[in-house]
Design a protein around this ligand. Sequence first.
Ligand code: PSV
Ligand code: MN
Length: 386
Amino acid sequence: MTTIDETILDNLEIELPSWAFGNSGTRFKVFGTPGTPRTVEEKIADAAKVHELTGLAPAVALHIPWDTVDDYRALGVYAEDLGVRLGTINSNTFQDDDYKFGSLTHTDKTVRQKAIDHHIACIDVMNATGSRDLKIWLADGTNYPGQGDIRGRQDRLAESLATIYQHIGDEQRLVLEYKFFEPAMYMTDVPDWGTSYAQVTALGERAMVCLDTGHHAPGTNIEFIVAQLLRLQKLGSFDFNSRFYADDDLIVGAADPFQLFRILFEVIRGGGLDDGSPVALMLDQCHNVEEKIPGQIRSVLNVQEMTARALLVDTDALTTAQEAGDVLGANAILMDAFYTDVRPMLARRREARGLPADPMAAYASSGHAARIAEERVGGTQSSWGA
Ligand code: PSV
Ligand code: MN
């Protein structure tokens, strides 16, 4: 039996997205939930509740302009008073009419400049909040063959990113997220890890790739991408979620916990959870029909559980089996760890740290959901675009 690396478990941090606490849905319907935050402060308070019960989520990511406030320093102090900090700043160039045919890749210089200026404004926010990462996900792409010049769009993207990167401070990073389709259907300008890697490598060492687990074609071996990006020292961050069909943004580990285990095994194998690692773990999820705060609690617990299982892999025995060509023996070593129920061990560790043994049960019995439903009356519930 392997002894688990306690430090990795103790240091595990998963950043929460502010937008997970707002209403979301499909193009068919967005359902509201009583108690949904009306303001960024209420979103941060919900994130703080998740951290209070799990000890796993000390940071919350903001999305600009959804989370725009007048005073970001004051917002940072507000977050700190609640026991969390402000994390990644996400830009948004996908909800403005000017971006219909692209943002950083647009043929019109004025539109490109507008998108660049938005990112520079996001860096100003980071300077005020002390955030390290600017995360860029672009909706840019085309729907029909011939609609745009594929090569020209890549060139303009490189130029725009280089301009933004000049504003990234010494302690800051730019992470470029890829997604294989949607909203563009024929061709997406940053569709895969290779394109993101090529673009960020041209920028410099403070530019890295963001891997959103929901952004791959069915059947893609995501752990291979993880291993490769770690090898290249360009894996900057994860957006965790899970998918059955497309960019479903469901609870991480819900659709395929074994995939999450395999990903985390490669993260650990590549040093991605070691002290000083550049790899940031974040959720990027939406809770369309389930309660949002417990949805986020469940999510960070899933990441913690699969990390613990991945840490249980007897790596020495695995290497021996691999080198001996013992195919089934090697596979069994991995599966032994995956099939181990780590929940009792994690519950004991939580209690030892003064946390509830079962954060889901603690939230359910706390009356918090009823309290915020009663308090948060009036105003407009946060949703896409607010
Ligand atoms: C759109 O697919 C998306 O979910 C990306 O994954 C971004 O990270 C997120 O929105 C927030 O902009
Ligand atoms: Mn994402």
